[in-house]
Design a protein around this ligand. Structure first.
Ligand SMILES: [Zn+2]
Length: 102
């Protein structure tokens, strides 16, 4: 790529247009229509009995519960999850959250 020094002078090269077209046609970052990776928090919730799942979900929705504390609880129970995944689920519906229904 020789476009590192491209200036925003109103001109675009064919390569730049081609790169954009390729991204727009094949990448979910722009359209947001693809589901992306499965939310690991949701996978755990769905695997739990309803009563337990509701408590875990309530803990996740409680701002007094830290994502790392909740992740630690789940990890100690044998689930494979990270604090980052918990935090992402808590931001569900937002641009930087998972795609679970709010
Ligand atoms: Zn989620």
């Amino acid at each position: 790529m020789a476009t590192n020094s491209a200036k925003t002078d109103g001109k675009t090269s064919d390569a730049q247009v081609a790169a954009l077209e390729a991204a727009l046609n094949g990448d979910s970052l722009v359209t947001g229509r693809r589901p992306g990776p499965r939310c690991s928090f949701a996978s755990i919730i769905e695997a739990l009995p309803n009563a337990t799942a509701e408590k875990i979900q309530a803990a996740a929705d409680d701002e007094g519960t830290s994502s790392s504390a909740l992740a630690d609880l789940l990890i100690s129970a044998g689930f494979d999850i990270t604090a980052g995944s918990v935090a992402r689920h808590r931001r569900r519906g937002l641009a930087n959250g998972c795609r679970c229904a709010r």
